[in-house]
Design a protein around this ligand. Structure first.
Ligand code: TPP
Ligand code: MG
Length: 318
């Protein structure tokens, strides 16, 4: 990444970090509703991937979706208003954390159905391909989704039809409370897809320069219609599976070790070390992001709750 790209990616990561830390507080204060999964520790993947996409590229996410939505351009106030169940939310306050959608910015949606986003991304990729467009579909999913049957079906069809889809696996080593070893003997997702001949591979997902370089290497071919790619990003979620998870099934990361792994701290160290960024500019990224979050909180609180009649009008009727 050059200096400008680094600034943009760092700003995105800080926006996600500040947003999600505040969302955690708001959840504990009962201002944010529903099950909340934070991606703190994994922000580098969302920022480095979405930072190279166009608005007309489609992004799908799963249950841990805030970072992907923000990185793809969803306005923070509307994302927060959605989590707070307010009328100005991305889905009029009726979707919540696991159902964020922002069509205008190419964020075609989050889903709570683990792996369910992969065939949806395939459908979009097929539509883009049929229309002769050079936009791509990108789908973020976890290592747990790889064990869903539809992952295999999707990889097979994507490879067979050479669809313009970038599969991004955020491999954090856990599916809910189960370590990888409890649900599959195959350690690396790239080995699961090896027979299909997808391009791509495994990178350290907390090394944002590495994620950026890998995506930059893969995206042109996917865009040119040369077929799908899979990028496996090894990462770590710092928070529990969901907000409120007592998180007793794994070793706690010491704060010293966390500073080593933290994708934000790592990028800041790398970029000041090689002269891309001046150390003096670093505090501004965090300050700007936290100010933006506070403005979003105030704006979302001003937004009314949706009219109950709206829910009734949208309900499925035979
Ligand atoms: C089809 C389906 N099966 C099970 C669940 C319950 N569930 C929610 S999150 C999760 C684990 C997902 O793990 P992973 O894909 O690795 O994502 P991560 O939480 O690590 O980001 C499971 C099994 C679900 N939501 N949907
Ligand atoms: Mg996982």
């Amino acid at each position: 990444m050059d200096a400008e790209q680094t600034r943009a990616v760092l700003a995105t990561m800080w926006r996600i970090r500040a947003f999600e830390e505040r969302v955690g507080q708001l959840k504990r204060a009962d201002e944010v509703h529903g099950l909340i999964h934070l991606s703190i520790g994994q922000e580098g993947v969302a920022a480095a991937v979405c930072g190279q996409l166009r608005t007309d590229d489609a992004v799908y996410s799963g249950h841990r979706a805030h970072g992907h939505a923000l990185a793809k351009g969803a306005p923070m106030t509307r994302a927060l208003a959605e989590l707070m169940g307010r009328r100005d939310g991305l889905c009029r306050g009726m979707g919540g954390s696991m159902h964020l959608v922002d069509v205008e910015h190419g964020f075609l949606g989050a889903t709570g159905v683990v792996g369910g986003n992969i065939p949806l991304a395939l459908g979009t990729a097929l539509a883009l391909h049929a229309a002769g467009r050079d936009a791509v579909a990108v789908v973020f999913f976890g290592d747990g989704a790889v064990q869903a049957g539809l992952f295999a079906e999707s990889v097979n069809l994507a490879a067979l039809w050479r669809l313009p889809v970038l599969l991004v696996c955020e491999n954090n080593g856990f599916a809910e409370f189960s370590p990888r070893s409890a649900h599959t003997p195959v350690e690396r997702v790239r080995d699961v897809v090896a027979p299909y001949g997808l391009v791509g591979g495994t990178v350290d997902g907390n090394d944002v320069d590495a994620v950026w370089a890998a995506v930059a290497g893969l995206l042109p071919a996917v865009r040119a219609g040369e077929g799908p790619a899979l990028l496996e990003c090894l990462t770590h979620r710092l928070r529990g599976h969901y907000e409120g998870d007592p998180d007793r099934y794994r070793e706690a990361v010491s704060s010293a070790e966390w500073r080593e792994r933290d994708p934000i701290a790592r990028l800041q160290r790398a970029a000041t070390g090689d002269g891309r960024l001046d150390p003096d500019e670093l505090p501004g990224f965090e300050r700007t992001a936290r100010d933006q979050v506070e403005r979003a909180v105030l704006a979302a609180r001003e937004s009314p709750f949706p009219d109950a009649a709206l829910a009734a009008s949208l309900a499925y009727r035979r």
